[in-house]
Design a protein around this ligand. Structure first.
Ligand code: FAD
Length: 471
């Protein structure tokens, strides 16, 4: 058949996984093509995920912080929100980042082919542009980085008042009363933004707690600090009906467990559906390349990120949990290096998770709840931020830093931080785990005073039974 472009490496999808893979492949000397359906690079993370959400969360955090200042003798005016300008700020942040990527692709001579890609053989992909024109790319090796999209619930009608995370990030309006359907990180980050902008929020979650995966003691701290944002947090509750009525979106609930009681149906001005992400593995013609895809749409890979077809790799959200940008990027580097013939393997001990709420909740490695559930013996160093001079100066003492050590080797195997800036600090714990550090290593590392990050050294000293002298 016809071939329009030939290359060493074809990368499908230009999210954090795809662009990182393409850049690394190009740096390693491969003639690289990057196929992306959207007009900008960056995928979900830069366009409708990590970055725009953080632009809005930044503004929300500033608003919330100024609202506390009256108690310290500095009263600000009630915020006067120009939602168009705020949206413009967020869009500008995204544009800067995606534009930067385009420049980096150009600098590396990565050929970007815009359109929807679908494999037609183990060495060919057909790319259909928006105008219907088609191009066939022939490749020696490929990396699939097709990502994921917001999961849908079958009974939810089409209505502009019902949105997924992408719709919520568009920030068209601030509703009076909003339901966040799904109490995971994405839903709670958006709840933070909308509640600060004036919405009253209900959250409904099937499981028995919000922010699954994080330790309950940390989530409790977050929840207590955020009580004011929520009218109702409905746990162990299933959403069974969503109706778009002229007067609002009517939502009906059922108890998730037998014998539980269900809340009454409620009317909302806006419903955010944040019930997880579905991988895009079934939408890329993988069968034509012989690449195996699971029923749920994930692509199984080995520790070099190779699929069952040796010269085709897969990375990022499409290969499985955790669906996080930094995981995608690291897998991308391994895949590109393995494709270039290097002995590269994905062998990260931990992948940190962060909820960029206020306060932030961040964790890496094993959690205390997980250790308990699995019967793994851990010892902990727990440092409450009420004892931190910096947290006190910031008037944000609700947090804590918790380190978990292997009871036998005394090496750190996990850590959780809840508090302002927790996400920026968790990298140190990840590094300590990767390096096999023990409590003495961490406690004797001189951390600057007074910082919140110093709480990591202090938690280690608490574990070692050493007196921590500095407040
Ligand atoms: P994606 O970013 O999903 O990119 C896949 C790309 O492939 C897309 O651009 C898509 O258009 C393209 N594509 C797919 N199929 C085709 C095809 N057939 N042809 C052409 N192109 C195709 N993660 C974090 O680590 N930190 C965060 O703070 C964070 N915040 C988030 C907030 C929100 C609201 C959401 C939704 C997600 C967030 N995530 C966050 C998750 C993060 O966005 C993903 O883990 C990350 O984007 C995955 O990267 P990826 O490269 O695997 O796929």
């Amino acid at each position: 058949g016809q071939v329009d472009i030939q290359c060493d490496m074809m990368v499908l999808g230009a999210g954090p996984g795809g662009y990182s893979a393409a850049f690394r492949a190009a740096d390693l000397g491969m003639n690289t093509v990057l196929v992306e359906r959207y007009s900008t690079l960056g995928g979900v993370c830069l366009n409708v995920g990590c970055i725009p959400s953080k632009a809005l969360l930044h503004v929300a955090a500033v608003i919330d912080e100024t609202s506390h200042m009256a108690a310290h003798g500095v009263a600000f005016m009630k915020p006067d929100v120009d939602i168009d300008k705020l949206r413009g700020y967020k869009d500008g942040v995204v544009k800067k980042m995606t534009g930067g990527l385009a420049g980096m692709a150009k600098g590396r001579k990565v050929t970007v082919v815009q359109g929807v890609g679908s494999f037609v053989s183990p060495n060919h992909i057909e790319v259909t542009a928006a105008d219907g024109s088609k191009k066939v790319v022939q490749f020696k090796q490929a990396i699939i980085a097709a990502g994921s999209q917001a999961a849908k619930l079958p009974f939810i009608p089409e209505d502009p008042r019902i949105v997924d995370s992408t719709g919520a990030l568009e920030l068209r309006q601030v509703p009076k009363k909003m339901l966040v359907l799904g109490g995971g990180i994405i839903g709670l980050e958006m709840a933070t933004v909308y509640s600060t902008l004036g919405a009253r929020i209900d959250v409904v979650e099937m499981m028995d707690g919000l922010m699954q995966g994080a330790d309950r003691d940390a989530v409790k701290v977050w929840q207590k600090y955020n009580e004011h944002r929520f009218d109702k947090i409905m746990l162990k509750t299933k959403t069974v009906g969503v109706e778009a009525l002229p007067e609002g979106i009517r939502v009906t609930f059922e108890a998730a467990e037998q014998g539980g009681t269900a809340p009454e149906p409620q009317l909302y001005d806006m419903v955010l559906v944040a019930v997880g992400r579905t991988p895009n593995g079934k939408k890329i013609g993988a069968q034509n390349a012989g690449v195996a895809v699971t029923d749920r749409g994930f692509i199984p890979v080995n520790d070099q990120l190779r699929t069952n077809v040796d010269h085709i790799f897969a990375i990022g959200d499409v290969v499985g949990q955790p669906m996080l940008a930094h995981k995608a990027v690291h897998e991308a580097h391994v895949a590109a290096e393995a494709a270039a013939g290097e002995k590269a393997f994905f062998d990260a001990k931990v992948i940190p998770s962060v909820a960029y709420t206020d306060p932030e909740v961040a964790w890496a490695g094993i959690t205390e709840d997980e250790a308990k559930a699995k019967g793994i013996k851990v010892e902990k160093g727990h440092f409450p931020w009420a004892a931190s001079g910096r947290a006190t100066a910031n008037d944000r003492t609700e947090g804590f830093t918790k380190l978990l050590f292997d009871a036998e080797t005394h090496r750190i195997i996990g850590g959780t931080i809840v508090g302002t800036g927790a996400g920026d600090m968790i990298g140190e714990i990840a590094l300590a785990i990767e390096m096999g550090a023990d409590g003495v290593d961490i406690g004797r590392t001189i951390h600057p005073h007074p910082t919140l990050g110093e709480s990591i050294g202090m938690a280690a000293e608490v574990y070692e039974g050493v007196c921590t002298d500095l407040p």
